[in-house]
Design a protein around this ligand. Structure first.
Ligand code: BDR
Ligand code: CA
Length: 312
């Protein structure tokens, strides 16, 4: 199995991505780093400890990172993920699992440099930690096989502003550092595909009598209700789990290698990922952009992988 580091700002969908990654035979989660995003760094770290403890994989180190974007203030998403970030689930859980006393960007550098096997990063929050790591160690990309990130949108509307996706909007300066760092393979899983990857009541029913059934029902409940307001369907968009799934099976999406940049100083467009489909700027393509997804195959993989029996 492939060694991966997950970087998360544990909200509702990050949590589902973590569970998927831990149960996937194709991935070996060697560490989980946390970042300020949907919720504060502290809450994201606590949620991550709760989720990892729930899976039973308590030996995976959890390492806190940046508590704010590189140059901007935090922009939380309590409206979507709830006050606690995971929709009120696991509220009474006090995990014995504690975070490590190391700074995530430093940890990323050490891990990448010392890894004897190919290592991939899966990023499902704002890209602050990875950007800080690159700033400290510009040769970092040469040690990492692939980076898959959930973020951006190139052909559809945004989900924070008319043009910007959340992870990009929160820290566009960090995203630019990552985009320009020269990774061997940088794969974007943006709203173009994640909006089509919807968890519905049907999937919840398939999961009901499994280990995570009750948790997922509770955690996604408010999210699903709110999703109806803007999208007309009752569903949970599986943004972050899809990024994890692409690391498991790249064939779930169709990608095209294109040149992508991000807007950082605009009255209306900060955080917009601008994709040069016709190569008008004559730049070297830097990102494998996901443009199509086999949503059914993805949801099948998700439900199947996390359908572990209930304990006791
Ligand atoms: C992304 O923003 C966050 O709210 C989600 O966890 C996901 O990573 C979707 O735009
Ligand atoms: Ca996220």
């Amino acid at each position: 199995s492939r060694k991966v580091l997950l970087d998360v700002d544990t909200g509702v969908d990050d949590a589902l991505g973590i569970i998927l990654a831990i149960h996937s035979k194709e991935l070996d989660v060697v560490a989980i780093t946390t970042v300020n995003g949907n919720v504060s760094l502290e809450t994201a770290t606590l949620n991550t400890c709760k989720i990892v403890e729930m899976t039973g994989a308590s030996s995976i180190p959890i390492i806190p990172g940046a508590n704010q974007p590189l140059e901007r203030s935090s922009y939380f998403e309590h409206r979507i993920h709830g006050a606690d970030g995971i929709g009120g689930a696991l509220a009474d859980v006090h995990p014995t699992k504690k975070p490590e006393n190391v700074y995530a960007p430093d940890y990323m550098i050490e891990l990448a440099k010392s890894s004897s096997q190919p290592l991939s990063f899966i990023m499902t929050g704002p890209l602050t930690n990875l950007a800080e790591a690159i700033k400290k160690c510009p040769e970092l990309p040469s040690y990492i096989d692939e980076v898959v990130f959930m973020g951006g949108v190139v052909a559809d509307p945004g989900n924070v502003t008319p043009v910007a996706e959340y992870n990009m909007y929160v820290d566009p300066e960090a995203a630019r550092v990552v985009f320009e760092a020269g990774f061997k393979k940088l794969t974007q899983v943006g709203l173009d595909v994640t909006r089509k990857a919807l968890l519905t009541e049907d999937h919840l029913q398939q999961l009901d009598d499994t280990k995570y059934g009750a948790y997922i029902r509770q955690s996604t409940s408010d999210y699903m209700t709110r999703y109806i307001e803007r999208n007309g369907v009752k569903a949970c968009a599986m943004h972050d789990p899809l990024a994890v799934a692409v690391a498991i099976n790249p064939d779930l999406v169709q990608t095209t290698l294109l040149s992508v940049d991000i807007e950082t100083s605009s009255r209306l467009c900060d955080g917009q990922t601008v994709c040069d489909f016709q190569n008008r700027l004559q730049k070297t393509p830097n990102i494998h952009v996901s443009l199509e997804v086999d949503a059914e195959a993805f949801l099948k993989l998700f439900v199947h992988t996390i359908s572990v029996p209930q304990e006791g």
